[in-house]
Design a protein around this ligand. Structure first.
Ligand SMILES: C[S@@+](CC[C@H](N)C(=O)[O-])C[C@H]1O[C@@H](n2cnc3c(N)ncnc32)[C@H](O)[C@@H]1O
Length: 441
């Protein structure tokens, strides 16, 4: 590693040693944060990658650049029975992470002060690597990805993210400005933060950088962490979607999915997605995943992070999408509930909806994968109840549906098994889009 790179890494280490991130109180539990648990549960990304429902017990999970350990706690909570290993450059952060997990009584955890580049020193291999809000700080992103890949099991998955160059362009310009003013030569402290605030405050409101990258909340006494994470973030860099894909290719990793995949669909940006301009209707089906995502960021750069899952290049393990399944696939299919919906609270709410004949809003628990509220008719939702006890064969859900709705509501003729089969197929295919249910062949 050349001197300049090691100096930068040392600067980053010092910044987080002085100000460990995030500053979430030790006692705060993510137990009711369904969205965070859904994202950090390895079952979510394993299903997207392999269309299989993984078992979290016995899995080895790395939180690479764990900071003060809040996400390590989410990982421990979301993945029962898994072993959690956290590493971070900053000793102080690692100490806080250790205390946090101890406070919440997790025992199968360990933390080490270590650089991502030195991961092989641990002598471990991981089923899942969480690398949140770290990669964009690394002087060499490809080397960072390669280091993680070198400790990733063959079926393992990495979640990582880069800052968006387009969405954050205002902050990057502010950083350039503050670098020119010498505020970022060593780690910015009270004095440098004061000069930055004074500069921005004194500019006319119409000055473009101020309009784009400033508001009065940054002037508040408790905004220090926000400024250090944005305008004065040492080592920060922005990436576009093509740059992200180029880094993956250079590291010989394969893109799996954006973490918030439903929030990256370019067709959502059109007034009438079912009636696109002819050029778009003809071209979109032909373009690659990378191009679709790039179109999205050019049209609507609202996401601060390019947040994604990636894995070793696939070795012929692709699967058939559920909407392409044949009848024989359905015959043998197994239906699971996403573990993050499996809580007694969600079940109680469902029972209440069934008894009061109110629609059941599954998206009010896990909101991330849905763009608009997903409401399920309470009679249909009643088919899902056995899923709280465990996975069910698709056939038994069809039988349950036949018992719930044996007659056609219009003709009062008995519903045929064939009709019930088709209705359940349609219903579960829709829920599967949001991964509220997971279907296995
Ligand atoms: C913004 S914090 C994110 C913390 C945590 N992942 C989260 O999302 O809450 C970035 C963390 O990455 C760590 N870090 C930066 N470069 C690193 C490296 N090369 N190896 C290990 N940790 C690193 C920093 O020390 C810091 O704690």
């Amino acid at each position: 590693m050349d001197n300049q790179v090691s100096e930068l890494i040392e600067k980053i280490r010092q910044q987080f040693e002085n100000s460990p991130y995030p500053r979430i109180p030790l006692e705060k539990s993510p137990k009711d944060d369904f969205n965070a648990l859904y994202i950090h549960n390895l079952i979510t990304s394993y299903y997207l990658r392999y269309q299989k429902v993984a078992d979290t017990a016995g899995k080895v999970i790395l939180d690479a650049g764990c900071g003060s350990g809040y996400k390590s706690l989410v990982l421990a909570e979301a993945n029962p029975g898994a072993r959690i290993v956290g590493i971070d450059l900053s000793e102080e952060s690692v100490k806080l992470a250790r205390q946090r997990l101890q406070h919440h009584k997790f025992e199968n955890v360990e933390f080490h002060a270590l650089s991502i580049y030195d991961l092989p020193e641990l002598g471990l291999e991981f089923d899942y690597i969480n690398n949140d809000e770290v990669l964009y700080l690394l002087p060499d992103v490809v080397a960072g990805l390669q280091a993680m890949k070198s400790v990733l099991k063959p079926q393992g998955i990495i979640r990582t993210n880069l800052h968006s160059a387009i969405q954050r362009s205002g902050y990057f310009r502010a950083q350039e400005l503050f670098k020119m003013m010498g505020l970022m030569e060593s780690n910015p402290e009270e004095m440098e933060i004061g000069v930055a605030i004074e500069t921005m405050k004194s500019l006319k409101d119409g000055v473009e950088l101020k309009a784009r990258a400033w508001n009065v909340s940054y002037e508040a006494p408790d905004a220090k962490e926000t400024l250090l994470s944005n305008h004065l973030l040492v080592g920060d860099r922005g990436y576009t979607i093509p740059e992200m894909f180029a880094a993956l290719q250079a590291a010989d990793l394969e893109f799996v999915s954006m973490v918030y995949w439903r929030h990256w669909d370019v067709t959502d940006l059109f007034q009438d997605p079912d009636n696109l301009p002819a050029f778009w209707a003809m071209s979109l089906p032909e373009v690659s995943v990378e191009e679709r995502l790039h179109l999205y960021e050019l049209l609507h750069p609202v996401h601060r992070l390019l947040d994604f899952w990636c894995a070793h290049p696939s070795q012929g393990d692709s699967f058939v999408a559920v909407d392409q399944w044949e009848r024989s696939d359905w015959e043998g299919a197994k239906v699971h509930l996403h573990p993050q919906l499996k809580s007694p609270k969600v079940r109680e709410d469902l029972i209440e909806c069934i008894t009061k004949q109110k629609p059941f809003g599954s998206s009010s628990y896990v909101t991330i994968p849905a763009m608009a509220p997903v409401e399920i008719d309470s009679t249909l939702a009643a088919c899902l109840l056995p899923l709280w006890e465990g996975a069910q064969p698709f056939r038994s859900i069809v039988e349950r549906w036949l018992k719930i709705r044996p007659l056609d509501l219009v003709s009062l003729e008995p519903v045929s098994e064939e009709t019930a089969f088709e209705e359940m197929k349609k219903f579960l295919t829709k829920l599967q889009v949001f991964l509220y249910v997971l279907l296995e062949r």
